[in-house]
Write a protein that binds this ligand. Sequence first.
Ligand code: B12
Ligand code: SF4
Length: 461
Amino acid sequence: MAKYSAPSISILIKVGESDLSALFDISLSSLLLVADEVRKMAPNALIIAGGYPCTHFVADIIAHNPAIDAICLGEGEIPFAELVGADDKREYLNTSPYFVTKTHTGTTKGFVCDINDVPRLNYDGYIAKYGDDVIREYVNILSGGKGAYGSEGIMMTSRGCPFHCVFCAAHSIHGRNMRYLSMERVKAEVDYWIDNYNVTAINIIDDHLLGDVARLIEIIDYIAGKGRNVVFANTFAVAPVTKEFVDCLARNGINDVQLALESGSARVLREIMRKPLTLRKTDEVLAMFKGTDIFVKISLLVGFPDETIDDIKEALDYLRKAEYHWATISNLIPISGSEAYKQIIEDTGIEYKMDTANVFAADYANPETVEYMLGDIKYTMNLDINFVHNGLMRAGKYEMAANRFESVIKSVPDHAFAYYYLAKCYEKIGVNYDNEYAEYKRIIGNSDFWSRYAAHFGLER
Ligand code: B12
Ligand code: SF4
């Protein structure tokens, strides 16, 4: 038996059987390609698929992809266990409420009421076969604030999220009620990673870790108490953040945190995104991080069809003053299973560019807003709030800001604004900045792109 895994598609192949899983819409075309290839290699194999896009586009996939025998709806543990236990697997698939085949349409999504019933994922065979490299990651080292290569154990300690953010699809498989692993089970999983693989960090991938703040504090204290870092794959909802939680991060040397603000416009948060969050609450939460060494990142989402120029102005007005250190900005992808998909794709009949859907493409943004933001809402906002109105510089943290700009230059060597603001930071901390300023001047002299942005923001030229 061979198990392969890639960021977006995982395949379990054994002779006579093949199970394909696609996590993201963008993985679907790869999954279908793999199914075709598996079919050629093993004409009699039973090929079944599952995951978000398979559940949402089930009828279409079954109708147009003869290589796939059946698709599982929703959570797969119970349907899969039933399939494995069935004497006649094809007969089971053609009668099960959880599966759709060419001749049978199940309509029930699989759902595990108590996730403690699902055994811990067993990574042993996988790591034994492919080596420790599969868990090697660039991680922060506890309290040191520096990054280095280490290893990461992955855990998901809960499923579900009660909120209704329009751009999110998580509820379509995992529902809106929180289901938690017991604390005993969580600690046993942490111990598994540490005792067997001596991991440097535990990466927790839950959607809504702050569903129970006291529980999360206990988990972080436990992991950090064992001298391991805690990494959070997902952003934190802002509203449930408490002072006790921030204190827990600080005492355990957690270096950075990413908060899901999503927009600096109150109207966009409330009327477009349906986020359970106000800007006043955001200010209260951001204030809790003051006086700690925690690097506070916020994530923002732009590019909704109904996001107007006034919304962007309101957002920028807020984001130029709020007390965070860096923002990551994405363009909306109307992913299947989300309310945004229904509003933007289903209700209008326009095409969903699934294969090319990514956070860099503003395929669904309001054209007037795009034009107002010089043709690229995300990038212009990035320059505005991460450079021109950089939060670290506003807070007088010039050395930290300089580090940030230096690392931008490492990845984007001709970033005029990074050189310009690095020069400004050096000036503040008393370091010679002639080279950085000269580099800025050289880049804007050679590039229409940068010279246009420099003019737009009124930078020296
Ligand atoms: C961890 C995670 C990531 C990790 C992925 C790491 C990895 N490769 O494993 C990272 C951080 C990299 C990531 C990135 C992104 N993610 Co993400 N991610 C998640 C998250 C939080 C957990 C996934 C998970 O492991 N779930 C746990 C397992 C148990 O659940 P599951 O995957 O749904 O599988 C169950 C069923 O679907 C079913 N099933 C699945 N496959 C199969 C196969 C068979 C044969 C059967 C029978 C059943 C079955 O059974 C499983 C067990 O119950 C989910 C949200 C969520 N709660 O699922 C979002 C989620 C999958 N991500 C999402 C998105 C959009 C993205 C990004 C595009 C975001 C972005 N803007 O860039 C990127 C894409 C990255 C890329 N490759 O291009 C969306 C996808 C929705 C969609 N329709 O496409 C989700 C649902 C989040 C959301 N808010 O809507 N993500
Ligand atoms: S985006 Fe996060 S907070 Fe919003 S519904 Fe999805 S999981 Fe919940």
